[in-house]
Design a protein around this ligand. Structure first.
Ligand SMILES: Cc1cc2nc3c(=O)[nH]c(=O)nc-3n(C[C@H](O)[C@H](O)[C@H](O)COP(=O)(O)OP(=O)(O)OC[C@H]3O[C@@H](n4cnc5c(N)ncnc54)[C@H](O)[C@@H]3O)c2cc1C
Length: 383
């Protein structure tokens, strides 16, 4: 009970923080090409950079469902800020928590919680996306070090992160390394012209003969794909599922306000049946999406063996809902919806990418179909 009240307070405080410190400036963050360091520091002071991590590492110890609500609150206000938080906390922090040794956890997690070290996850490459097992970034062992060479692309936070989980391969044996920006041979360049994530420092990373000490291997050599990568993407998908709810809810709030204020043909937009249809659909889809996310969160909390696939289902569904609702929100705003003076223009762009990141919708459909083909097979012979 006491724990519940504490967690609820954190979420309410996050809502207020987002309203005061993030939402009013989301457009400005995009124009400036990044959320300010000052905001990252403020979020660190509040524990937001480690919201789901245990208190002993400086985290807020939110359970999965409450971490979902927290993600929704931040994601409603600004998708770039949400993506920075969840890459740092979930894809990297929770993955180190799961697969790091005691030394790695004791060193990295408190520094990450305090925001003294920002962390990014580097899997994708110019020629490797969905087929992530085919990473071309290479490693070879040399004495007590590994030498890494390759190029990573689309790395959220890449422009300012201090450390990267880099996924590399040696003839198909995939290994994860904690590569520090300060290592000679590491360089990053910001990617310009992004449709979304304009303020989340999305970058390329170049690795030229980077010497990585063997103590920086995360997990075991050769099996990172099944463990480190699977964990990181699972956490990433859970975050994206809730991010979708956040964007959809923000778009619904905007379309409700606009339709109650805008007059055409002498009547408010909200009185036109076709507009009401879009609002009715949005409410329904968002309620369904949030319920699915809560269910995935509860299953994660209970360590249910189907939690991973339920998370995939939630990610697939909510990212579609976010796109559909944001699309209708632009429609209801008419010309104003096509201009950055109204937040739905940004929400529309931010929703679009949810169907691509952490595994595209097509890849999610494959996973869900495989699950369904097994789970719902009644083993009856067709007559
Ligand atoms: C804003 C943003 C942030 C990102 N952040 C990160 C990050 O922090 N770290 C990171 O490592 N990566 C990141 N990425 C990369 C992202 O994970 C990839 O873009 C994504 O995995 C898809 O890979 P791809 O772009 O190479 O597309 P491709 O794999 O080339 O796919 C192109 C199209 O083909 C379809 N397709 C591919 N294979 C199949 C198949 N077998 N069956 C059916 N359809 C298929 C896909 O669904 C898609 O529609 C980010 C990307 C963006 C846009």
């Amino acid at each position: 009970m006491e724990e519940n009240i504490k967690q609820n307070n954190i979420i309410l405080e996050a809502r207020e923080f987002a309203s005061n410190e993030i939402r009013p400036f989301a457009g400005e963050f995009e124009e400036n090409g990044g959320i300010p360091r000052e905001l990252i520091n403020k979020m660190a002071q509040k524990g937001y950079l480690a919201a789901s991590l245990p208190e002993k590492y400086g985290g807020l110890a939110l359970n999965p469902v409450d971490y979902g609500f927290f993600t929704e609150e931040i994601g409603k206000a600004c998708a770039s800020t949400r993506s920075i938080l969840t890459v740092h906390t979930s894809l990297v922090g929770e993955t180190i928590l799961r697969w790091g040794n005691e030394q790695q956890k004791d060193y990295w997690l408190p520094l990450m919680a305090k925001g003294e070290k920002l962390a990014a996850f580097a899997l994708s490459e110019p020629d490797v996306g969905s087929n992530a097992k085919g990473v071309q970034t290479s490693y070879v062992k040399q004495g007590d070090k590994y030498i890494l060479n390759g190029r990573k692309k689309w790395i959220t936070l890449g422009g300012i992160a201090d450390v990267f989980i880099v996924i590399a391969s040696e003839q198909g044996k995939i290994t994860a390394f904690l590569v520090e920006r300060s290592f000679p041979g590491v360089s990053t360049s910001l990617i310009k012209g992004m449709l979304s994530g304009k303020a989340s420092y999305i970058s390329e990373i170049q690795l030229d003969n980077v010497e990585v000490p063997e103590e920086n291997v995360l997990g075991k050599v050769g099996n990172a794909f099944e463990y480190v990568v699977a964990t990181a993407l699972d956490h990433g998908r859970y975050s994206i599922a809730w991010a979708g709810v956040g964007i959809a809810q923000e778009a619904l709030d905007a379309m409700v306000t606009y339709s109650r204020n805008r007059t055409q043909f002498g009547e408010k937009l909200r009185s036109f049946q076709l507009v009401r249809g879009m609002i009715g659909d949005a409410v329904t889809k968002i309620h369904a999406a949030r319920a699915l996310c809560i269910r995935a969160g509860e299953m994660r909390q209970q360590r249910d063996s189907d939690a991973i696939v339920e998370t995939t289902i939630a990610k697939y569904f909510t990212s579609k809902v976010a796109m559909e609702v944001a699309n209708d929100a632009v429609q209801i705003h008419g010309g104003n919806g096509c201009c950055s003076g109204y937040p739905v223009e940004r929400l529309f762009r931010e929703a679009r990418v949810l169907e691509i990141i952490e595994g595209t919708s097509q890849l999610q459909q494959e996973i869900i179909a495989n699950f369904g083909l097994t789970k719902y097979y009644k083993r009856k012979k067709l007559k």
